[in-house]
Design a protein around this ligand. Structure first.
Ligand code: SME
Length: 162
């Protein structure tokens, strides 16, 4: 489905960051806070069709909270595999306008046309990432990337600890 650009004006980003801070503060534990965060992002931004957090576990990414129309079979992804694994290996945000044109892409949903993956850092290391699939081609831009990098900083303290 198409979504008018006006809905995603950066003013909405400031509002969402404030709501995320409040939801995280009110949650009873880090896992609940992370779950609330994915729900806020999915509710507020219609082009975030499927949204999940992967946490680093050794040499893998393990799926944490997610929200979207279907579950993914990719619940554990080796770092270095897929778009998700590439972003975790490099620490760089990946914006993929057309997933079918990227040989690294690991398909999860037939509806996905574009994807953004934003690393979550703690102590200078990648500890997780935000992965969002869009059902429109070219659904994500640099304003999404900058916004989600701020969100990632709020999520970092919520990572599961051994
Ligand atoms: N497409 C991702 C895999 C995760 S699913 O999108 C949820 C990738 O290429 O790494």
């Amino acid at each position: 489905m198409s979504h008018p650009v006006i809905e995603e004006a950066p003013a909405a980003h400031g509002d969402a960051l404030n709501l995320l801070r409040a939801e995280i503060a009110e949650a009873s534990d880090p896992a609940e806070a992370a779950q609330r965060a994915v729900e806020v992002l999915h509710d507020r931004f219609p082009h975030y069709d499927w949204l999940g957090i992967y946490w680093v576990d050794g040499a893998d990414l393990v799926l944490g909270p997610w929200v979207g129309p279907e579950a993914t079979e990719h619940t554990r992804i080796p770092i270095g595999t897929g778009i998700c694994g590439a972003a975790a290996a490099s620490g760089q945000t990946e914006i993929i306008a057309d997933v079918d044109a990227d040989p690294r892409y690991l398909a999860c949903f037939a509806s996905t046309k574009s994807e953004i993956v934003v690393p979550i850092f703690a102590g200078g290391r990648v500890v997780g990432e935000i992965d969002i699939d869009g059902s429109d081609a070219n659904a994500f831009d640099e304003t999404d990337a900058r916004f989600l990098e701020e969100v990632a900083a709020l999520l970092a303290p919520l990572r599961p600890r051994a």
